[in-house]
Design a protein around this ligand. Sequence first.
Ligand code: 1CP
Length: 353
Amino acid sequence: MKLQNDLIIKACKRLPTDRTPIWIMRQAGRYLPEYRAIRKKHDFLTMCKSPELAAEVTIQPVDIIGVDAAIIFSDILVIPEAMGMNLEINEGRGPVFTSPIKSRSDLNKLTDPDPSKDLKFVMDAIALTKKELNGRVPVIGFAGAPWTILTYMVEGQGSKSFSKVKKLIYGNPKLAHNILDKITSATAAYLSAQIEAGANLVQIFDTWAGILSPRDYQVFALRYVEQLIANIKRKDEPVIYFPKGVHYLMHELKECGADAISVDWTLELEKVRRKMGDKVAIQGNLDPTVLYADPPFIKREARKVMESFGKGDGHIFNLGHGILPDINPENLKELVKYVKESSKKFHKQKMGH
Ligand code: 1CP
């Protein structure tokens, strides 16, 4: 099926577009009253595992906010669950693995999931979303990066100090590398299956990349991302990599195999672009909390982001991290409208006859 709007695909490949495309990390979620209405009736994992419900909330931000892509409603933690770990969602506290990995015998219990069986609900949600969107916008598949997934598997949940996973990589690096290898191959199969099911591009979320020293980031995170990207079976579906908090290593990142690098708001796009050259597209990077301000302020800040990238193609507008649950959706609507209109001057206009 031909896409009516393929701006994001083109931007990932740094091909000419009339304007800058925009989508928002965590756009399918709690800030939308329409999401909360469905979520009130079903728990989070049930929603992930019911293709009809997942497709419905995936499409909500396309209809309500007007974004240029739909990201499939799921979670990065479904991979460790499919590898055999028990995932529970505690209302209020978030997702928790009840038996985090502590030893080699815990690693030995993990399985190699078959995405077409163990993660069939994701593939079904992608296929159904594609059918319902009927080519309106591309569908983004996603997974967590191996390092970020390892942190959850070892910590059991989000953490402030990451002491357990740090203890593992410094105390037993061999075991850490063996787990990372297993996560990497499971994730490559998973993302390949998402593309096979119809995802037009995929994003790899490395939310906890920034808690490592530059050297450890290369050894425990970047190396596996490179391996992962090299092993995704794809034709020309782009890959976006989001290494949150990594403000060094721009030269290495541009060689990691991703078509686009997503950056957080602590970086200036102008400098990122200078360092990346023409090798990759750049996604980002409005501070998510700017959306708490009033629309004129939001627009000024959005304009600064576009000016910092400057003229030319290869920019995908996004926030520097996920949208927060207490943002007013009207503010996001204003942002999307503004970027769609005012980004035209940063692109070469087609000449009329
Ligand atoms: O209560 C609810 O309704 C559940 C809240 C929620 C939602 C809406 C969770 C639990 N996950 C999601 C969906 C989700 N998660 C998407 C959907 C698509 C989208 O609109 O973007 C995506 C891409 C994710 C990815 C994800 N899950 C990440 C990486 C991105 C990021 O924001 O850094 C991470 C770290 C998670 C783990 C997770 N899942 C949910 C929560 C509350 C958390 C964070 C846990 C923690 O670290 O404490």
